[in-house]
Design a binder for this molecule. Structure first.
Ligand SMILES: Cc1ncc(COP(=O)(O)O)c(C=O)c1O
Length: 372
């Protein structure tokens, strides 16, 4: 079976070495040595002013919303993982969906202003597959309308835009370090705050039950992560450049094999990409479903990511139509991509996709001839 993703694991002895120290210190959680070291190393690697390591990428989003004290409408993207929307709902805010740019698949900045009302407080946008949103236009709009900007950067670890860390844009960015991500700590996430000390203090407080010493200052939550998770992060961080290089190589092999056969999201030359996913866009949902089942018949996993479009979730109070996102969600499929996926398997996968395209072409041609 070829999985759609597979976690990177560091040499076992490197993890064992760090973990064995915990048997001496017996400090397993609550802002221990490894958590603090990981935060420092991440700040340096990502070139960001402050990084708060938390339990996962979903709680990072919730804390971002809480720490900015948002309570009303948040403009957001319908093309993302479900946690982008549910974190807004869990914070009792109202998601207002704005359709996506068909090229980058990120929120379309040209459609944001028409969705702004007197209740709008923020924009929460996702750098989909690690492809940057139009951060400059979003900043312009946010300034003009006095809105906060949160980026769900769960996919964007290590991405640079015009030579700068993508995480330097917006007021806050959140990361996921789930095992499926290029950089992971098994479970985990982080909040990157660009707003300075006041918000730093708020995040630190909220992450740890809202108390400082013996003072219960605010209603916080337990968003901490453990020394075991942080130790995995410290081990994996040493390999992240190699991991990204491997993923780049595999993606380029797919690119060569699939050239002109499938549509792909657009990534501008200003982006230093992290190769977090390899999504391909089919002409129709039917074609996608054929390809997916052919892959399955060959013991190859693929993932409809993201499907369905988040604006269509049945538990939402208001339905807003987002035709581009809905169409894209029906036609996009992520192919296997992970460190250690070999070229022969990539070729097998690409041949199945191409085979499907050829079959589809032949089928369309036959039915056209038949009609004639
Ligand atoms: C875009 C996006 N946001 C948020 C999350 C949630 O992250 P976590 O699984 O660490 O809670 C994910 C997870 O895959 C994601 O892809």
């Amino acid at each position: 079976m070829i999985p759609v993703t597979q976690p990177f694991l560091p040499p076992k002895d490197e993890y064992d070495h760090l973990i064995s120290r915990l048997w001496d210190s017996k400090w397993l959680t609550n802002n221990g040595v490894y958590v603090r070291q990981l935060e420092e190393e991440l700040e340096e690697y990502l070139n960001v002013p402050s990084c708060y390591y938390v339990g996962n990428g979903t709680i990072a989003l919730q804390l971002a919303i809480q720490s900015l004290k948002l309570k009303n409408e948040i403009i957001t993207t319908p093309f993302s993982f479900v946690a982008t929307t549910t974190s807004i709902l869990w914070e009792n805010c109202e998601p207002v969906f704005v359709d996506i740019d068909p090229n980058t698949l990120c929120i379309d900045p040209n459609k944001i202003e028409e969705a702004i009302t007197s209740n709008t407080e923020a924009i929460l946008a996702t750098h989909v597959y690690g492809i940057p949103c139009d951060v400059e236009r979003i900043e312009e709009i946010a300034k003009k309308h006095h809105l906060k900007v949160i980026y769900d950067a769960a996919h964007a670890f290590g991405v640079r835009y015009k030579g700068e860390s993508l995480l330097q844009f917006g007021d806050i960015s959140t990361l996921s370090f789930h095992a499926t991500k290029p950089f992971h700590t098994v479970e985990g996430g982080a909040i990157i705050n660009n707003m300075g000390e006041r918000v730093d203090n708020q995040i630190a407080l909220l992450r740890s039950f809202g108390f400082r010493g013996d003072d219960y200052v605010t209603a916080g939550i337990n968003a901490k992560n453990s020394e075991f998770h942080a130790a995995m992060g410290l081990c994996n961080l040493k390999y992240i450049d190699d991991i990204i290089t491997n993923r780049k190589k595999t993606s380029e092999t797919y690119d060569t094999l699939l050239e002109n056969r499938v549509e792909r999201p657009f990534i501008s030359g200003d982006v230093q990409y992290n190769y977090a996913y390899y999504p391909v866009i089919f002409e129709t949902e039917e074609e996608l479903l054929h390809a997916k089942s052919q892959l399955e018949n060959n013991d190859i996993e693929s993932r409809r990511y993201f499907y369905p479009s988040l604006n269509t979730m049945t538990y939402l109070k208001n339905t807003i139509s987002c035709p581009i996102s809905e169409d894209m969600a029906r036609r996009i499929l992520c192919l296997p991509l992970f460190s250690g996926l070999n070229d022969e398997d990539v070729e097998r996968i690409a041949n199945i996709i191409i085979g499907e395209k050829i079959n589809e072409f032949a089928h369309n041609r036959r039915s056209r001839l038949h009609r004639v």
